[in-house]
Design a protein around this ligand. Structure first.
Ligand SMILES: NC(=O)c1ccc[n+]([C@@H]2O[C@H](COP(=O)([O-])OP(=O)(O)OC[C@H]3O[C@@H](n4cnc5c(N)ncnc54)[C@H](OP(=O)(O)O)[C@@H]3O)[C@@H](O)[C@H]2O)c1
Length: 272
């Protein structure tokens, strides 16, 4: 293996072709991070209008190596068409970052059937289709690539009430990531997950009152996570810095998922 010791070489995504699906809160921030580091980003949103807004915003920031396509990621024909377009234009996809997600809250006993199905469909099935199609059409023929799925600490532990289908869909996504990692190592494809804690995006804007203050107190660092906290993990998993890391569920959660100690919220220290 080539000797690389400098961070700017090791973590570089310069010149990489990145397919980033779900240009919402986390996806939009990471789009800008990839562009700031010299990558080309093909972003997707559900509607053309949202995509145009994203491109216009990135152009205003001085980035032009971005384009956007509308995509309903639950539709494999649309994914196939998009991947074909990217391959025709760029010839490869080096990095796939799947930031698509959906959530809905309801008491478990009243959860609407269509919402249970929708969450599994968007958070798990669409990811499975996307990972599969990108690997088969782009990364296996190219001799490798990096896939990053955005999971959630909700796939590791139950951290809030009334979202059991979301938790199940993210647990499925994590396990899929691990399974694909071992199956596709022979193709030099790395498959990892970033598992965020709460971060303020449109996905969670329906939580009102003092909910986020309560969430903040659950973490061991005295703050909520911010979009900036996800840039380092994404660049790490997209670059040579993670040259032997595959199947990892990288939690970005201020240690919350490590467990909660007695009296943690009040900063209590055990007396002996
Ligand atoms: N925010 C949090 O606290 C948190 C915590 C843990 C994990 N996550 C995960 O982080 C990822 C990004 O979420 P976010 O917080 O950035 O929320 P967000 O702003 O709501 O972004 C979700 C993205 O998913 C896209 N999407 C939804 N259904 C789709 C479909 N059928 N086809 C294609 N795209 C679809 C949305 O498209 P449009 O842009 O067209 O709306 C949007 O870009 C998700 O996987 C989420 O589960 C978030």
């Amino acid at each position: 293996m080539e000797k690389k010791l400098k961070a700017e070489e090791l973590f570089s995504v310069e010149g990489k072709i990145v397919l980033l699906t779900g240009g919402g809160g986390i996806g939009e921030y990471l789009t800008e991070a990839y562009l700031a580091n010299g990558a080309t980003v093909i972003a997707t949103n559900r509607t053309k209008e949202k995509g145009e807004k994203l491109v216009a915003y990135m152009n205003e920031q001085g980035y032009d190596k971005i384009e956007s396509y509308p995509l309903d990621q639950t539709d494999s024909a649309q994914i196939e068409e998009l991947v074909d377009k990217i391959l025709a234009k760029y010839g490869r996809i080096d990095v796939l970052l799947n930031a698509v997600g959906y959530s809905y809250d309801c008491k478990p006993e009243d959860f609407p059937e269509e919402e249970i199905r929708k969450m599994i469909e968007i958070n798990y099935v669409s990811a499975a289709l996307l990972n599969k199609i990108v690997a088969k059409k782009a990364m296996i023929p190219a001799g490798g690539g990096k896939i990053i799925n955005i999971g959630s600490i909700a796939g590791i532990m139950c951290h809030s009430k009334n979202v059991f289908p979301y938790e199940a869909s993210k647990a499925a996504l994590h396990q899929m990531t691990r399974s694909l990692a071992l199956c596709w190592a022979k193709y030099n494809i790395y498959v990892n997950c970033i598992a965020p804690t709460w971060v303020k995006t449109p996905l969670v804007e329906h939580y009102k009152g003092d909910y986020f203050e309560r969430v903040r107190k659950m973490h061991y660092f005295d703050r909520l996570s911010e979009l900036q906290d996800y840039v380092g993990p994404a660049l790490f998993l997209s670059s040579d810095a993670s040259s032997y890391v595959s199947g990892l569920i990288l939690t970005v959660d201020g240690a919350w998922s490590c467990g909660r100690t007695v009296g943690h919220e009040e900063g209590y220290e055990v007396q002996y």
